[in-house]
Design a protein around this ligand. Structure first.
Ligand code: PGA
Length: 234
């Protein structure tokens, strides 16, 4: 199984020029790597970045029509985009995504033939209450409700408290959650870790926690650091 390393640029950078420079530097550095490396820039950069696997950070579940501000899975597929992140905790927190809307998006993306990076993870509060597994189970079961073919689904375990905080999840705790998630998917489903991944901690998630890759936010905006992370997974 190939490792999957995805860079989630979130709402960065601020210009097409910077996006191109960052993309080119990453593309150059991943030529001979064994992992599948996917760059997920803001949508408006997707059509100009070429020559390496791309992912979007979100979709809407309808194909077309009067949905101001939205982008469909069909449009992304037509551009040659291969992946889409669905259910990221920032979308759940700031844009009202629920397990139900995540489920609609997953179904549409699968129908259109996009590969999915399906994010799940508990908040700090849920973790303190000992609810981590309950939350993961709910997010997975409801997110994948009535989904029969999960071959194109990759799951990202992203504890919300670890995202963008510098407080990455320990290898032991990550392993526990990944092993738990494994019960609800196939043995060959790719399960990756995300949350304050840096080159100092990245290798351990793959070598010790059983992750099949990484979802990298902040550190994916620095080509050199991102490439170190990619190499740590080799
Ligand atoms: P981070 O973000 O690496 O900046 O913590 C990860 C993510 O949100 O996917």
């Amino acid at each position: 199984m190939k490792n999957l390393i995805a860079g989630n640029w979130k709402m960065n950078p601020n210009s097409k020029k910077e996006a191109q420079e960052l993309f080119d530097a990453v593309k150059k550095g991943i030529k001979d790597v064994a992992s599948e490396v996917v760059i997920c820039p803001p949508d408006l950069f997707l059509s100009s970045l070429k020559g390496s696997a791309l992912g979007a950070q979100n979709i809407f579940w309808e194909e077309k029509g009067a949905f101001t501000g939205e982008i469909s899975a069909v449009m992304l597929k037509d551009l040659g985009v291969e992946y889409v992140i669905i259910g990221h905790s920032e979308r759940r927190k700031y844009f009202g995504e629920t397990d139900e809307t995540v489920n609609k998006k997953i179904k549409k993306a699968l129908e259109v033939g996009l590969k999915i990076i399906f994010c799940v993870g508990e908040t700090a509060e849920e973790r303190e209450q000992g609810e981590t597994q309950e939350v993961l189970q709910r997010q997975i079961q409801q997110g994948l409700k009535d989904v029969v073919d999960i071959d194109n689904i990759n799951v990202a375990y992203e504890p919300v408290w670890a995202i963008g905080t510098g407080n990455n999840c320990s290898v032991e705790e990550t392993k526990e959650s990944i092993d738990f998630i494994r019960k609800f998917v196939k043995p060959e489903t790719i399960i990756i870790y995300g949350g304050s991944v840096k080159s100092e901690n990245s290798g351990a998630y793959i070598k010790q926690a059983g992750a099949n890759g990484l979802l990298v936010g902040g550190a994916s905006l620095d080509a050199e650091e991102f490439l170190k992370i990619v190499k740590s997974a080799e």
